[in-house]
Design a protein around this ligand. Structure first.
Ligand SMILES: Cc1cc2nc3c(=O)[nH]c(=O)nc-3n(C[C@H](O)[C@H](O)[C@H](O)COP(=O)(O)OP(=O)(O)OC[C@H]3O[C@@H](n4cnc5c(N)ncnc54)[C@H](O)[C@@H]3O)c2cc1C
Length: 371
C-alpha cells in the first residue's frame, strides 16, 4: 500500500529524491514537499550572483514547478515542529501533515542575533535570495554617496567571498567606489591553512579591502561594535558569521548533536526515530562531525533517495560514507578563486573557471528537470 512521504525543505541533499519523485509517485506513494519559497537558491553561487557573475535564475531551482510536474504536492510554508510520536509535522500556517517517512533538508541559518536599531541596511547572507535585495542596496549606495563604507562581519569563506563580490559589483555597477572592511574577529580564516590566509590577504590588498582583526563583533547597533567598545559606522553591513542547523529539531525535542542539528546515524536516520531521515547543513552526523559545506549535501543525495525508499518499501538501507578530503574553491570576486585540496593550494583565474564550471554543471543538471 502507498505511504506518505514528507520532505521538509528541498535543498541540496534532496535534489536526487526530487529528480526521482515521479518513480516514487508511480510506486503509489504520496509525496509532499514543504518549503518557504517556490525556488531553492544554491548558496555556493550566492556571492557570484551578488557580484553579477550569475543572474538569480541561473542559481535557483524551481522546486514547486518540478514537484507538481512530477505528481507530488508542494506547500509553500515552513515546518516549525515535528511531532515524532504522532508522525506529524506542523507548519507555520498551523496546517498539520501526517507522514510515514519524513526526510529533512531544512538547511541552516546565521546565528548572529545581536542586531538592534535600524536593520534596513543589515543583510545576513542567508537566506541567499536576500542577496538580490543587498545587491540593489549596494548599487543605490554607490550611486548616491561618495566613498560609502561597506562592512562584512565574519572571517570565514562566505565573508571573504561576499567582500570580494561587493568590490566586483561596485566596479561594474557603482558610480562611486566604496570602502570595504571585513571584520574578521581575531584572525581571518583561522581554521584554514596559513597559505590560504596569505593568498586572501594578497587578493584583498589588490582590491583595496581592509581586514579588521581587532576582535569579534559582538553587536550591530547603528553600526558595528567590536568587543563592546570600538564603534564603526558603515553605511551597509553584511553578516556572514558562520551557520548553525535549523532550530526545528531542538524545538521539536528530537535528539540533536553538537551543532544543534538532527542527530543521525550512518544511514542518515534519526538515532531515535527510524522513519525520520536528514541531510545537508541541518544534521549532525553521529559517526563523525561533518563541515557545513555543500559537498556533503551533494554526496548524501543518492543515499537519502535509497534510504527514504527503504523506509517506504521495506528495502535495505545504505550506509553513508562521507568520503575523503574535499575540494575547496573560494570565489574572490576578482575573477580568481583560491583552489585548495590537500597540499595543493593556488589562486588564479583557472581556479575561478573550475568553480564556475562545477557550479554551473550542478545547476544545469538539476535545472534540466524544469523542462
Ligand atoms: C554565502 C555562502 C557561500 C557558500 N559557498 C559554498 C561553496 O562555494 N561550496 C560549498 O561546498 N559550500 C558553500 N557554502 C555552504 C553550502 O552552501 C551549504 O553547506 C549548503 O547550501 C547546504 O545545503 P542544504 O541543502 O543543507 O541547505 P540550504 O541550501 O540552506 O537549503 C535548505 C532549504 O530548506 C528550506 N527550509 C529552511 N527551513 C525550512 C523549514 N523549516 N521547513 C521547510 N523548508 C525549510 C530553505 O528554504 C532551503 O530551500 C556556502 C554557504 C554560504 C552561506
Amino acid at each position: 500500500m502507498g505511504k506518505k512521504l514528507v520532505l521538509a525543505g528541498g535543498g541540496h541533499a534532496h535534489m536526487t529524491i526530487l529528480a526521482h519523485m515521479r518513480d516514487l509517485v508511480r510506486e503509489g506513494h504520496e509525496v509532499t514537499v514543504v518549503q518557504p519559497s517556490d525556488f531553492h537558491y544554491y548558496s555556493g553561487m550566492g556571492p557570484g550572483m551578488l557580484g553579477t557573475t550569475y543572474t538569480p535564475s541561473e542559481i535557483r531551482f524551481a522546486t514547486r514547478y518540478v514537484v507538481e510536474g512530477m505528481g507530488g504536492s508542494f506547500i509553500r510554508d515552513k515546518v516549525v515542529r515535528i511531532d515524532a510520536a504522532q508522525r506529524q509535522v506542523i507548519l507555520a500556517s498551523g496546517q498539520v501533515l501526517d507522514y510515514d517517512v519524513l526526510s529533512c533538508n531544512a538547511g541552516s541559518f546565521i546565528p548572529f542575533d545581536n542586531i538592534h536599531g535600524d536593520t534596513s541596511n543589515v543583510f545576513t547572507v542567508k537566506p541567499i535570495e536576500r542577496l538580490q535585495e543587498a545587491q540593489r542596496a549596494v548599487i543605490s549606495l554607490c550611486a548616491t554617496r561618495t566613498r560609502p563604507h561597506v562592512a562584512v562581519v565574519g572571517g570565514g569563506p562566505a565573508a571573504l567571498e561576499i567582500a570580494g563580490n561587493v568590490r566586483k559589483l561596485a566596479k561594474l555597477r557603482g558610480r562611486h567606489e566604496p570602502r570595504i572592511t571585513i571584520f574578521a574577529g581575531r584572525q581571518l580564516l583561522s581554521r584554514f591553512p596559513e597559505r590560504i590566509g596569505k593568498m586572501t590577504r594578497e587578493s584583498f590588498a589588490s582590491q583595496d579591502i581592509t581586514i579588521n582583526e581587532d576582535g569579534y563583533v559582538d553587536e550591530i547597533r547603528n553600526g558595528v561594535i567590536v568587543q563592546g567598545e570600538r564603534h564603526h559606522h558603515p553605511d551597509l553591513i553584511f553578516v556572514a558569521t558562520g551557520v548553525k542547523p535549523s532550530r526545528l529539531f531542538a524545538d521539536s525535542g528530537l535528539p540533536t548533536g553538537v551543532t544543534g542539528g538532527l542527530l543521525v546515524n550512518e544511514y542518515l536516520q534519526s538515532v531515535q526515530h527510524p522513519e525520520i531521515f536528514g541531510g545537508g547543513d541541518c544534521i549532525d552526523f553521529e559517526p563523525s562531525p561533518l563541515d557545513k559545506v555543500g559537498v556533503y549535501a551533494v554526496r548524501q543525495n543518492p543515499v537519502l533517495l535509497r534510504n527514504v525508499r527503504a523506509g517506504l518499501n521495506g528495502t535495505r538501507l545504505q550506509r553513508f560514507d562521507p568520503g575523503g578530503k574535499y575540494l575547496l574553491l573560494f570565489n574572490m570576486g576578482d575573477d580568481t578563486a583560491i583552489f585548495s585540496k590537500g597540499p595543493i593550494i593556488f589562486r588564479n583565474w583557472l581556479g575561478f573557471l573550475l568553480k564556475d564550471f562545477i557550479d554551473r554543471r550542478f545547476m544545469r543538471h538539476f535545472q534540466a528537470l524544469e523542462r
